[in-house]
Design a protein around this ligand. Structure first.
Ligand SMILES: *[C@@H]1O[C@H](CO)[C@@H](O)[C@H](O)[C@H]1NC(C)=O
Ligand SMILES: *[C@@H]1O[C@H](CO)[C@@H](O)[C@H](O)[C@H]1NC(C)=O
Ligand SMILES: *[C@@H]1O[C@H](CO)[C@@H](O)[C@H](O)[C@H]1NC(C)=O
Ligand SMILES: *[C@@H]1O[C@H](CO)[C@@H](O)[C@H](O)[C@H]1NC(C)=O
Ligand SMILES: *[C@@H]1O[C@H](CO)[C@@H](O)[C@H](O)[C@H]1NC(C)=O
Ligand SMILES: *[C@@H]1O[C@H](CO)[C@@H](O)[C@H](O)[C@H]1NC(C)=O
Ligand SMILES: *[C@@H]1O[C@H](CO)[C@@H](O)[C@H](O)[C@H]1NC(C)=O
Ligand SMILES: *[C@@H]1O[C@H](CO)[C@@H](O)[C@H](O)[C@H]1NC(C)=O
Ligand SMILES: *[C@@H]1O[C@H](CO)[C@@H](O)[C@H](O)[C@H]1NC(C)=O
Length: 531
């Protein structure tokens, strides 16, 4: 574990900020499982001790620190008191687990907001009215939630958010209606919060941004990175940019399952700092003065990053597992003709609703770069409009298009990487890319500016433009690369149509599946031990 106080390569803040223009925040990527321990309660104890050590390690006044989703493992679900009901630090109330009490004390001692994610248990003997406490007609003793707990700087539980869009997680329940949760820090900043898979959906995420106009959002996650559109930092970057909010993210890190991704994203300005801890995994804390988007000074982030820096990050991520978006096998695509230097293509896809994307791509080809033994990505321009499954857990309406890296001339090889980064050559440098897509202009859709480099980081908004033009009931979105760039895996637009989404899981599968989930965890831990 190392503390990352100032980013070396990425996006160092420049210019003088006044005290009211920023707050101090830390986000933590936590190795999961944290130790090579098979006893769940020992794993929990050692992870909590590490959390407390990390909170104390920040050498200054701290407004907020964020820990990831599900990094405490499967041990000891705990009740969580409603906000401001009682102080847990040194509480003798037997129902609350010790680790909640310890973190309440840690928040109080450091005078900082602490965000963690736990398995919350709700007793069904006296359930709140919004709980589902029956399943298949049987009454349950208790239900579990995937819950973010926010301690304020006085150690009080200041917010409790129960994940609405579960990613499978068949041992967990959801409430009858979604919770839209906000809280304040000691510096009086209002934060919204949601968890992992939620980011793909409209509720409760857009309630926070569109209805409540929050400018800061917390995002604990345990993501499974997917090419071409949804590797972890790429998804976080595009969400923050389109919604123009500060997004503070903390990822549980397990490289062999493709999990990890932690950062600070300053809305339309891009990433202040970001990390995916590569194999063999580890824990990393990022600490920064985060500019407020509501501050008096327009923040400037230095986005300079060289090809060598991208290559160094990418090479480390060779064995970081990435899954492939199934829409690449269904999209309409055209291969980039590298005999030319400018290509213009309009490509359409979709049965009931059609998205057309016009690609204008200019590039230079350095044929001497492709030496014998080296491999080079081909590029295909792909468009998809339809419904996909997210790893079998839920369906979602997708309206995407991008120029994407592929292994060869076959479009089914898109969304994959060559296995050995040092074997890859980069004969193609893109000078400009412009992608224009058309969408119906309705509330239940959103489009994001999407890009990813081989470093699994997005291209800085300083090198791109992202525009919206409304023409009656049609909205045209334009994402353009305006500075030359190689090392591109994806550049385009990722759109969602929430009206074609499957419903969230509607009831608990609690008691029945708890055993099988413990088994899954044991298997995962065993796999982690083998690797
Ligand atoms: C974990 O910590 C709790 C109290 O904090 C203690 O009662 C328990 O024995 C510990 N478990 C292990 C395995 O260390
Ligand atoms: C909690 O108990 C510890 C150990 O007894 C003590 O050091 C600390 O001051 C107590 N904190 C509060 C808020 O009572
Ligand atoms: C905190 O912010 C609210 C608006 O969100 C404002 O009404 C209030 O005056 C602020 N309080 C302080 C102490 O600045
Ligand atoms: C959240 O937004 C959805 C979709 O716009 C809306 O139907 C719902 O009523 C909102 N919920 C809350 C609690 O604001
Ligand atoms: C590029 O030119 C070569 C040689 O003339 C030809 O074989 C190839 O098919 C061309 N590539 C494309 C994508 O048209
Ligand atoms: C082309 O690639 C070769 C080999 O990587 C490199 O030495 C050369 O500088 C490149 N030429 C240009 C114009 O970028
Ligand atoms: C990757 O390629 C480099 C150079 O071709 C080679 O030295 C290295 O052993 C390869 N690594 C693996 C894991 O195959
Ligand atoms: C996009 O443009 C194409 C071609 O003009 C049209 O057929 C299609 O209906 C448009 N799609 C939307 C959502 O407006
Ligand atoms: C994990 O612990 C097991 C049993 O103590 C040991 O055999 C294995 O080598 C350890 N693995 C790592 C990665 O430390």
């Amino acid at each position: 574990m190392s503390i990352h106080f100032c980013s070396i390569f990425f996006f160092v803040l420049t210019g003088a900020l006044g005290a009211s223009d920023y707050y101090d925040a830390a986000v933590v990527e936590v190795q999961f499982p944290f130790r090579n321990i098979t006893q769940e309660d020992e794993l929990l104890n050692s992870t909590i001790q590490e959390y407390i050590r990390l909170i104390k390690s920040v050498p200054t006044n701290l407004d907020i620190i964020v820990f990831p989703e599900s990094a405490l493992g499967e041990a000891e679900p705990t009740p969580v008191p409603a906000p401001f009901k009682q102080l847990l630090c040194n509480s003798t109330a037997p129902e609350y687990k010790d680790y909640l009490k310890q973190l309440s004390c840690a928040a109080m001692e450091k005078k900082t907001t602490v965000v963690i994610n736990v398995r919350e248990v709700v007793d069904c003997k006296d359930p709140p009215s919004d709980e589902y406490c029956t399943r298949h007609g049987n009454k349950l003793d208790s239900v579990l939630h995937n819950t973010d707990v926010v301690f304020d700087h006085n150690g009080h539980v200041a917010a409790r958010y129960r994940k609405w869009n579960l990613f499978g997680e068949s041992s967990k329940s959801i409430t009858r209606s979604p919770e839209v949760v906000t809280f304040k820090t000691k510096a009086n900043d209002t934060f919204g919060i949601f968890t992992c898979f939620d980011i793909m959906f409209d509720v409760p995420t857009l309630n926070l941004t569109r209805n409540m106009h929050v400018k800061n959002v917390i995002f604990p996650n345990h993501w499974f990175s997917e090419l071409p559109y949804l590797t972890a930092l790429q998804a976080q970057h595009m969400w923050a940019q389109e919604n123009d909010v500060v997004l503070l993210t903390a990822g549980a890190n397990t490289p062999h399952t493709g999990s990890g991704g932690t950062g600070m994203f300053v809305g339309h300005k891009g990433a202040l700092d970001q990390v995916i801890v590569p194999s063999p995994g580890g824990t990393k804390l990022l600490f920064h003065q985060v500019p407020r988007l509501t501050g008096t000074v327009e923040p400037t982030l230095d986005s300079t990053v060289s090809d060598e820096e991208i290559d160094a990050l990418a090479a480390e991520l060779d064995s970081f597992k990435l899954i492939t978006d199934p829409t690449v096998y269904e999209q309409t695509s055209v291969q980039l003709d590298t005999n030319k230097t400018t290509v213009v293509e309009e490509i359409c896809h979709g049965k009931d609703v059609t998205t057309c994307c016009k690609f204008t791509v200019s590039f230079s080809v350095n044929s001497t770069a492709l030496t014998p033994g080296k491999k080079a990505y081909t590029y295909h321009m792909g468009v998809f409009n339809g419904v996909r499954s997210f790893s079998g857990t839920r369906d979602g309406g997708i309206e995407s298009c991008a120029i994407m890296a592929c292994l060869n001339d076959n479009p089914n090889s898109c969304g994959q990487r060559f296995s050995n980064y040092s074997d890859i050559a980069w004969p193609i440098t893109f000078n400009n890319i412009e992608v224009v897509g058309n969408y119906t202009n309705v509330e239940h859709k959103i489009q994001y500016p999407n890009s990813v480099l081989t470093s699994l980081r997005s291209i800085s908004p300083m090198k791109t433009t992202w525009k919206k033009e409304i023409k009656g009931d049609v909205v045209l979105r334009t994402h353009a690369l305006v500075k030359s760039q190689s090392r591109i895996l994806t550049f385009g637009i990722f759109g969602r149509d929430f009206s074609r989404d499957g419903p969230p899981l509607s009831y608990s599968a609690a008691s029945l599946n708890r055993i099988s989930w413990s088994l899954v965890t044991i298997v995962l831990i065993s796999v982690a031990m083998l690797l």
